[in-house]
Design a protein around this ligand. Structure first.
Ligand code: HAM
Length: 426
């Protein structure tokens, strides 16, 4: 007896009907990225573990407990399935000197892996589209990254996605704030839960994120980071919000927004939908001016975001803009001696001319084949029996209309197909 084989928990199959929805989503997103001047990048799914440790930070949830890491005995290397794309993208930019001749706008898409507790909107294999603007220092690019998202949501047919924004300043400003924050948390240690106590010294900013009511009370009286931000940080952020205002993009300033990755500075943002329950963040990002240097490259600024495809596709599913499933132009029915090669060649020629054609397989009566043709959603049935074969013709049925069946010469099918299709769809 063998155990039933199933997909790994938290890693999902996407079945055809939903996959078509994904394809529509991907087409829209990729065309939108191109329109904003972002060029595609493809990075490996597997990287050296050290990359993520250094980029994302040792004290983050991702590095502490969510990475799929293993030792590759064949090469004696520590490897990890990528939990996100920014680290790989910057690693690749350094490795290939991508910004030696000026800044670059890049995008990538594909699966990411985090060993989180699976729930609605949170998976162990999930997909992101990420955009990274490498080498740009000014607030204009932060605003560009945000405004481009604001323009995407309505293009996808989505509404109700709101923007949260924070300014987390420079590393030095955060270090000063962090010292005072730790002192404040220590003074109130008795009211903290175990998680907050553990985080207090390793990653005190994450304590601000706690949902625990008592911890929230302690957090409410903590010194706000805002008070530690110098002129340059405030000016940068002011530059971002000014451009958002000019573009008519509404935002809520959220001083608690700290993000789960350590590489950020200055602008951080999240796009959130209330229609998804607890996992409502559909896109997150910000500036990461220290990352190039941290990964051993020449210091260079960077900013970007990544959106969660599963969450956006879930919203699309519920929206009334769901695209209709793809349907073939024609379904080819065949029966009788010698008709298979005849039908094969016919379907082949039509496909070469750019039409979507499904050829019946598996035999059966014309009646049962006609049922399959109808069920396939095709517009036209092309019927090839011994009689048609003998006369060098093809019978045509307009499946969505009541017109009588037609007979046309075989050598006119390809030429006349567009006309037939137009009639079938009318
Ligand atoms: P992140 O916030 O970790 O940022 O992930 C971005 C988005 O990916 C989230 O907002 C969410 O929509 C989706 N996501 C994350 N984890 C899961 C999961 N377990 N299941 C389903 N969806 C998930 C980053 O990854 C940064 N690299 C973003 C960035 C790019 N910052 C600068 N450039």
């Amino acid at each position: 007896m063998s155990a039933k084989l199933q997909a790994v928990r938290g890693m999902n199959d996407v079945l055809p009907e939903e996959a078509e929805l994904w394809q529509g989503f991907e087409r829209t997103v990729e065309a939108w990225l191109a329109r904003w001047g972002y060029r595609p990048m493809r990075m490996p799914l597997v990287e050296h573990t050290a990359l993520f440790r250094r980029a994302i930070g040792e004290a983050t949830d991702i590095v502490e407990k969510e990475m799929y890491s293993w030792r590759d005995e064949l090469n004696d290397e520590e490897l990890t399935l990528r939990p996100e794309g920014t680290a790989s993208c910057v690693r690749a930019a350094i490795e290939h000197s991508l910004i030696y001749d000026g800044p670059k706008r890049l995008w990538y898409g594909g699966p990411m892996y985090r060993h989180e507790r699976p729930q609605k909107g949170r998976y162990r294999q999930f997909h992101q589209y990420g955009a990274e603007a490498l080498g740009f220092a000014g607030p204009d690019v932060d605003a560009e990254l945000i405004v481009m998202c604001a323009r995407l949501w309505p293009e996808l047919g989505l509404s109700g996605i709101r923007l949260e924004l924070n300014n987390i300043g420079s590393a030095e400003e955060r270090a000063r704030h962090r010292g005072d924050l730790i002192r404040h948390l220590e003074a109130n240690e008795a009211r903290l839960d175990a998680e907050a106590r553990r985080r207090m010294r390793t990653n005190p900013l994450r304590v601000l994120d706690s949902k625990h009511p008592l911890v929230q009370e302690v957090v409410a009286s903590a010194p706000p980071l805002k008070g530690y931000l110098g002129e340059a940080s405030r000016a940068h952020f002011g530059g971002v919000t000014k451009l958002l205002d000019a573009a008519g993009v509404a935002y809520a300033f959220n001083p608690r927004l700290v993000r789960g990755l350590d590489y950020y500075n200055l602008t951080v943002f999240e796009w959130v939908s209330d229609a998804l329950g607890a996992q409502g963040t559909v896109c997150g990002g910000g500036r990461y001016d220290g990352l190039f240097a941290q990964l051993g490259g020449k210091p260079a600024p960077g900013a970007g975001f990544a959106m969660g495809c599963e969450r956006l596709v879930a919203l699309l599913k519920d929206s009334n803009r769901r695209p209709s499933p793809l349907r073939p132009d024609a379904y080819v029915l065949l029966q009788g001696e010698g008709t298979l090669a005849y039908a094969f060649a016919l379907a082949d020629e039509l496909r070469a001319a750019g039409h979507a054609v499904v050829q019946h397989a598996g035999g059966g009566s014309f009646k049962s084949q006609m049922k399959k043709a109808d069920g396939s959603g095709a517009w036209l049935a092309l019927i090839v029996g011994e009689d048609e074969l003998g006369k060098g013709e093809v019978a045509v049925k307009l499946l969505r209309r009541n017109d009588p069946q037609l007979r046309i010469p075989r050598d006119q099918v390809v030429q006349g197909f567009a006309g037939l299709l137009q009639k079938a769809r009318s």
